[in-house]
Design a protein around this ligand. Structure first.
Ligand SMILES: O=C(O)C(=O)Cc1ccc(O)cc1
Length: 430
């Protein structure tokens, strides 16, 4: 199949006016507001950080380049791609049974013209806008006016550079149909995230209260052209297990499937997390027990990182061992450690739905699957220690939500501003 998506253009949010999302993205996540379209019926604001662009649509007005999802809560609901030829792409999509919400449409201003169409996906409220911008030279899209200059590179190492992945919270049993749709309509291919993953079943984390199936897709197969930055879609589906996990919580509070989080790539997660925390971004804090799980500190040190530093910032590390250390006739294949580090923000809306992630990759291509298991184990261990200490209930924060309460309510990780029930100093641990 010929590749026809050229690149990921942007991700669109729909929020009520006065939600504060734009000021949070600017003040706390250091995005730059670079273009806006303001009419009596709509406010659309475009923000950029490196190659990552968010479009924030406020109120349920008349938007350009998207359908209004009329969603009851704030939501990220459109992943917008650049394509080369909108009429032929939209015809091909229709032939494949994909419903068009907006047929090919031209918009023009003094900077040139853009053709776009919008297709509804099979996942919850998610749509895809397909844009041909080859005849446009303005700041963003026709109808928008530039609001300021965005600093050009070289990038500050404390800045995220681009989208790494987009994770969907999918309803139970829907993964296969979602994969098939994206393959059939757009040519996405399954991306195997690690060696333990089953081709048919995806990567399953199952048992002891965690039930999650993770499956990933990337654009184009084998040697076919990739999208710029080679970002991936991750499908997260909850599996039947007692208790709720983040995906169940998302589906319940969002009112159905949708974009659960977006991973932003950084080359220096410690500096980025520190800069954003200073700017007021709130990150979730892993239970302290995560860093003292048997083998975790060693895993972190073997990767050349400092467990104490990662713990101070709430950064998680997930390592993969590659190679078997055996000779293969042509020389030995040393065991290598590829790893990634990640940190999650608290949900950015009043509901426990959408959040952002920072991710730094050192050779690892997965999505921190090992961390989900490790976090759950550490929550359980900490809960056990807490009960052994003779306490009936986990302590509450000022907001009334304790770390373990948060875990029990389906939000796996505790809040960063929460006092650990087992305060431990770094030197006690490592
Ligand atoms: O770690 C990631 O970035 C993932 O995408 C995996 C994932 C999926 C769902 C969750 O609720 C938490 C983590």
């Amino acid at each position: 199949m010929t590749a026809f998506l050229s690149r990921l253009s942007h991700i669109t949010f729909h929020v009520p006016t006065g939600m504060g999302l734009v000021s949070d993205l600017v003040d706390k996540f250091r995005f730059h507001l670079f273009a806006e379209r303001v009419t009596s019926r709509a406010r659309q604001l475009a923000l950029r950080k490196g190659a990552a662009v968010f479009l924030v649509n406020e109120s349920d007005g008349e938007f350009l380049y998207d359908v209004s999802p009329l969603h009851p809560v704030s939501t990220a609901s459109n992943v917008c791609f650049e394509v080369q030829d909108v009429p032929s792409v939209s015809q091909r999509l229709q032939e494949r049974g994909c419903p068009l919400a907006i047929p090919p449409t031209n918009v023009t201003d003094s900077g040139g013209s853009v053709t776009y169409c919008v297709v509804r996906s099979v996942v919850g409220n998610i749509s895809h806008t397909l844009l041909d911008c080859s005849r446009y030279r303005g700041a963003f899209l026709p109808g928008f006016r530039a609001t300021g200059d965005v600093p050009e590179g070289p990038w500050d190492p404390a800045e995220a550079t681009h989208f790494d992945h987009i994770t969907y919270a999918c309803s139970r049993g829907s993964t296969r149909a979602v994969l098939d749709w994206y393959q059939h309509c757009f040519g996405f291919q399954r991306f195997i995230m690690n060696r333990q993953e089953d081709l048919a079943e995806g990567y399953r984390i199952h048992g002891h209260g965690v039930g999650l199936r993770l499956t990933a897709m990337r654009y184009g197969k084998g040697s076919e052209p990739r999208l710029v930055d080679d970002w991936k879609f991750v499908l997260a589906e909850s599996l039947p297990e007692p208790g709720k996990n983040q995906v169940d919580t998302f589906l319940e509070q969002h009112g159905g499937a949708g974009i659960q989080h977006v991973g932003l790539y950084t080359t220096d997660i410690v500096s980025t997390a520190q800069a954003l925390a200073q700017a007021g971004m709130q990150f979730v804090e892993p239970p302290k027990a995560y860093y003292s799980e048997p083998g975790k500190a060693e895993e972190i040190r073997a990767a050349g990182q400092d467990p104490c530093l990662l713990s101070q910032h709430g950064i998680l590390l997930d390592a993969e061992l590659v190679g078997d250390g055996e000779g293969d006739g042509r020389g030995s294949r040393p065991r290598q450690r590829r790893y990634l580090m990640q940190i999650f923000t608290k949900p950015i809306f009043p509901e426990e739905t959408f959040f952002l992630e920072l991710i730094e990759r050192r050779g690892a291509t997965g999505f921190g699957e090992g961390n989900i298991r490790a976090l759950w184990k550490s929550v359980q261990r900490q809960q056990g220690q807490f009960q052994e200490a003779g306490c009936k209930e986990p302590p509450k924060t000022a907001q009334g939500t304790g770390e373990l309460c948060a875990a029990a309510s389906g939000w796996i990780w505790g809040a960063r501003d929460h006092q650990s029930p087992l305060p431990l100093r770094c030197q006690d641990h490592y």
